[in-house]
Write a protein that binds this ligand. Sequence first.
Ligand code: PHE
Ligand code: NA
Length: 454
Amino acid sequence: MEKRSQWGTRAGFIFAAVGSAVGLGNIWRFPAVAYENGGGAFFIPYLFALLTAGIPILIMEFSMGHKFRGSAPLTFRRLNKKTEFIGWWAVLVAFVISTYYSVIIAWAISYSIFSFNLNWGSDTEGFLYGEYLHLADVPGQTGSLVPGVFIPLIIVWVVVLGILFKGVKKGIEIANRIFIPALVIIFLIIVIRAVTLPGALEGLNAFFEPDFTRIADPDVWIAAYGQIFFSLSIAFAIMITYSSYLPKKSDITNNAFIVGFGNSAFELLAGIGVFAVLGFMAVSQGVAVDEVVAGGVGLAFVVFPAIINEFPALNELFGFLFFASLVLAGLSSLMSITETYVAGLVDKFKISRTKAVLFGGGLAAVISLLYATQGGLYFLDAADYFINQFGVALLGLVEVVLIAWILRRVKNIQTHANEISDIRLGSWWTISLSIITPIVMGYMMFGLFKQNIL
Ligand code: PHE
Ligand code: NA
């Protein structure tokens, strides 16, 4: 059997973990979620969720991966024979996400090429219904493959699987060491341009204006927890897998703080950039900022192209930089999520990495073609909804309850982390994991259950 791979350097691991965390969730999800849930006041529940769930779970997952040195299924099996299935559940969620996350990166590749002569056209609604996606009229109808999506999608998979073939140190680590610094530089350029646009201040005022009455609303807290989970890539098997490649001597707790705060810093930066640009758009059209607020696919592929068309200068360049940043952020996340099932297959079936990448990644690539058809966006929405509602949050809750209450391993994991880390974990960590997070997440899941099933 091959010896377990290892990161070459501590920075390599941190870049890879940040690369996984920083993704589309930071760029198009956070700004809209914060705005809709109290603006400046959202930072209170958000920080609470980061400190009581995000970073504590990150520390827990890092410790588990490091201690048991396995992909998620193997780690859960080593924890207790009966819990291996939880690891597979996480792997399955990761697999499904990778099939559509890849498609969004493919769109961003096309759009970064279109930027050179603003080829997305002046009517940017065309993304959905016109020239680009050729969306089918009937939801659920597959239709034919859309060439403009198909070709970049193949490129995405060739790049990601090519990197994974090379392994942890020579592939994932090196790629993230290039992608992440490049992403930070590109993003800073965009944000500086954004905040110096006329109207930027209006946008920022709208974003940061606190509505403290919203803090009493449970939905706002749910939104904060949901954002933290998705954004930090926790309860996805990813962070367990990545930390299983850590060398024996690793300061786990410190790494978790760097990754947690690094991801949030990027989120804040994205919020500032996005709202500065929205402010520019609102002012140039003479409307209020809240009339132009958008998130998700609509923000990135419809609203932003329209705004970039109106930039005073260098529109092509800024269009390219914006979509290139989506591509870099997306690829580093897709790499991590694909690695979780590659590692799961290697550990379970004792096959080589090459075979695991071919079978696992290859199957995901083939399935992803479904979303490159005319009905693609409908399937994508459905898959995304299902995964977010029932996959991630529930899995996070199960994971925490299992460790804290069923197997009672909190002390055990705490000792492991404390042996190798500078920062000592005390009652903040144990109380967050065993009391605060299960209560808040249990309440969240109960609410979702009521909404969807009862
Ligand atoms: N953390 C990523 C983001 O913020 C999302 C993601 C989750 C990516 C899970 C991969 C796996 O976009
Ligand atoms: Na993120």
